[in-house]
Every structure is written in structure tokens, then in C-alpha cells.
Write a protein that binds this ligand. Sequence first.
Ligand SMILES: *[C@@H]1O[C@H](CO)[C@@H](O)[C@H](O)[C@H]1NC(C)=O
Length: 404
Amino acid sequence: IKLQSPLFTNLFTDEFRFVQHLFEKENHELRFCGGAVRDLLLGKAPHDLDLATTATPTEMIEMFRKNDVRLICENGWSHGTVTCRVEEQNFEITTLRIDRVTDGRRALVEYTKDWYLDASRRDLTCNSLFLTMSGNVIDYFNGISDVKDKKVRFVGDPALRIQEDYLRILRYFRFFGRLKEEPAIPDESTLQEITKYGSGLGGVAGERKWVEFTMILNGRLLVLIMKMMYRCGILKQLGLPEQVDLEEFENVYNRSKHFSPNHMTLLTSILKDKTDLDHFMSVIKCSRYEYNVAKFIIEHRALYRPDKDMISVYVDLLVDSYKQDKNLVNVFMELMKYIGQADIMDYFTHFNIPTFPLKGGILKERFGMKGKPVGIAINFAFQKWKESRYKLDSEALLQLIENN
Ligand SMILES: *[C@@H]1O[C@H](CO)[C@@H](O)[C@H](O)[C@H]1NC(C)=O
């Protein structure tokens, strides 16, 4: 098929035409590939402009340098991707390649001029399409009809493709979330292959798994995908407990989704305790912030009582946390999203955190205090301040210290 829609013609900005012209002049073929083609077929404006070419990285670098085009992201060059920047637009261009040796984790790259070979090393049919500059879609593996029918399929034999790179299991689920519409029926034979080879994910670096997994957690159809991954037995490979309560996951998902929770907030619903979290952390090296979110929720989620007015309990928690570390405010808000009560969320969205009015210095000035008694007096005053619901000012607190 041939694309002529405005979405397609809009790709040809002045910046892009300039790049296109350089490739033409040197007789290198250039085509759109991957997500851009998929989006255009679905009638959406592509958000990434991925390009593929017969030029090698060395040829591209030389060509761009000769024409004073800025190059960025030099670390992509060794696996064939050159990114150039024209005005404010980046173009990521990858040399056609074959993945020669795969041990299930990484591939030795060999460049080629054969579009078919490049398409056949790609993981999913919906990602194996090319689009020429004149609008022809090049489709070797029924990618067009899979995109239109919203089918997520491996290119060729799923068992082989998974064993070449086990991370493809997670990519399968990620694109399932991207492409499918409800009711999204999974393909049983693919799930069987994933179940069969799922343990191979255990050998993939935690960082790589987390990149894919966070995209799944931030994507569509999440509850369904978590159920599929659970059925396939791969949660263990993601550092999660083998037995999890996915109904609790769905509950937390349902009540927090209006508040844009962090992905870690959702995931914490299936971590029972800090032991689960530390195990997760040892497999998936998540960020300090993500860890802190999960830890805070695990420590404090049991406070919640549906029959009690929770506002003052949470105000105390917030003031205490803020005193400990100002950065805990965002973490505290994640707990509120996890609890998922609209009135409580609303209260804290417009809440000014009371700040403790006393500093140690003033005690020295006023009473000549120093050393340990200062800490004791401060703690005493903090308690009194809290009991007053954060109303006492510094003068009143100094009075209390003096009289004590
Ligand atoms: C979550 O919300 C969906 C859609 O509204 C609903 O079908 C499902 O039953 C809810 N799940 C739970 C556990 O409440």
C-alpha cells in the first residue's frame, strides 16, 4: 500500500528534506521504520522518527561532518545508530544489520544492504515495516494486516526469537499494551512459548528488564498484562513474589489511576513487606526514589481505616516526614494516591505544610542552653506544637520550655 495522508506528508519538514537530500546525493537508501510506520498506519502522528539506511555508520558520520551537520549520542555508533540534529530536530538513523551471534542477551552486529534481512531480525511483525520516501510500505511479514487487526506477533518462530533475546518477552507485553483494544484476547500459543522459555529472563540484566517493565507499567491494559505475565510465570524473573494478589493490584490500580500514580506505587500493591521489596531491589536495580516510594507505602499503608477520619493522622505523618527529609513530600503524595480517596487527595493537594517555628540557636540566645539539653527541649517543643495542631508560635513554645 501507498501512504499519501497529510500525516505522512507532514514528515517532510525542511529539516528532514535537508537530511534526505544528503542521503540521495550519496546514493544511500533511506526509509522510515519501526514505530513511525506503525503509527501512520493507525492514523496517528508518529512521535519518534526512526529511520533505516543502507549507509554504514562510518559513511554517515563522514557525510554529516562534511556537510557541517551536528552529531549527537556518540555511544550509539558502535551498534549502528547515528543521531544527527538539524535546527531543533533530531533524526536517529540506523544502519541495516543482521544480528549474527546471539546468546539470549546480546548480539554481534553485522551490517547489510538487504532490507529483508534487517526486517527478519526484528522482534515483532508490527515493528518490521519500512516506509519509502515516496510512501510505499514495505511489508515482508504481514505487518500491515497485523497492525490493522491489532495482532502482536513475533517475526518467524516465537521460540527462536525469544531465545535470541529473552527481553523480547517483555517487549511482547509492552506492544500488546500499545496495540490491543479491549476486549484484548491474548494469543494462547504465544503465551505458551513465553511460559516455556520465561526462565531465560532470569539471565537478563535488571536494568534492561526495568526499562521495559516500567514502560509496561506506564502503558495501557496494565491489569490484563499483569495477569498474563503472572500466568506465564515470569513475575519471579522480575524480582516479584511468585504468589501475588492481583486482585489487590487491580484494586489499587482502579482507585489510584485518576491521580497519575508513579509506577512504583502500583507495583507496591503486590509487595507484602520490606523483605519483598529488598528482594525486588536485588533483582531490578530501580532508582533510590522508586525504592523510597515503595518503602514508605509499605511502612504506612496499614494506617488507613475506612471508618476513621484519616486527615489528622496523615497530617502528622506528613509533618514528621517533612521534618526528616523535605524530599519525602512527593513520596508521601504517592501514599495518598495508593490510598486513592478523592477527598484526602484533594485536601493534601491544597495543603501548606506547617513548619516548626523553633531553631536550636534561639535556645542558646534566650536560655544559654547548649549540647544535649537543646535536643531534649526541641523534642519537647515539637510534641507541644503537634498537640496544638501546629498552631503554637515560637514565642509560645519558648514560654513552655521556660516553664518546664
Ligand atoms: C476495576 O475497574 C474495572 C473497570 O471499571 C472493573 O471492571 C473491575 O471489576 C474493577 N476491579 C476491582 C477489583 O474492583
